[in-house]
Design a protein. Structure first.
Length: 146
């Protein structure tokens, strides 16, 4: 019959004295863990319900905005087509398409430049070495080399 190495020796007085306290402390920690876990799960469930409810409330408006954006896109495409056709009475059709296309690209570039200028300032991205070599020979050794 195999037994653990310390099973046949008697327990010390200190072990017998502290065992009830350690068991009680272990139970209290487990209860605290359970309470924290339940509280966190309750908060997660509450947030999920709130988001789900808000999504259901917002769904018709989101669909409406999507349809409005799609119809606006097609309306603008038809206006561009109409401007190309209107200008084609004065110049060749290919030249009118080229003129309108260049004008739209210039307007788009101007709007992009305006939007870039109005971006809020953010932290600049800089590359910082995490580990500076202590010894010059370390610069010659690759971290993935054996």
């Amino acid at each position: 019959m195999a037994s653990t190495p310390g099973a046949d020796r008697p327990r010390s007085f200190f072990d017998r004295l502290t065992e009830p306290f350690t068991d009680r402390a272990r139970e209290k920690f487990e209860q605290a863990e359970d309470h924290v876990r339940e509280a966190i799960q309750h908060e997660i469930d509450a947030v999920a319900r709130s988001v789900r409810t808000r999504a259901i409330e917002v769904r018709p408006s989101a669909i409406g905005f999507g349809v409005a954006a799609l119809l606006s896109f097609f309306g603008l495409a038809l206006l561009v087509t109409a401007s190309v056709l209107g200008l084609s009475h004065a110049v060749e059709p290919w030249l009118s398409a080229l003129i309108i296309g260049v004008a739209l690209l210039l307007i788009g570039a101007g709007v992009a430049a305006w939007a870039k200028r109005h971006l809020p300032p953010g932290p600049s991205v800089s590359v910082v070495r995490i580990h500076e070599p202590v010894h010059p020979a370390e610069e010659q050794v690759h971290p993935w080399a054996d």
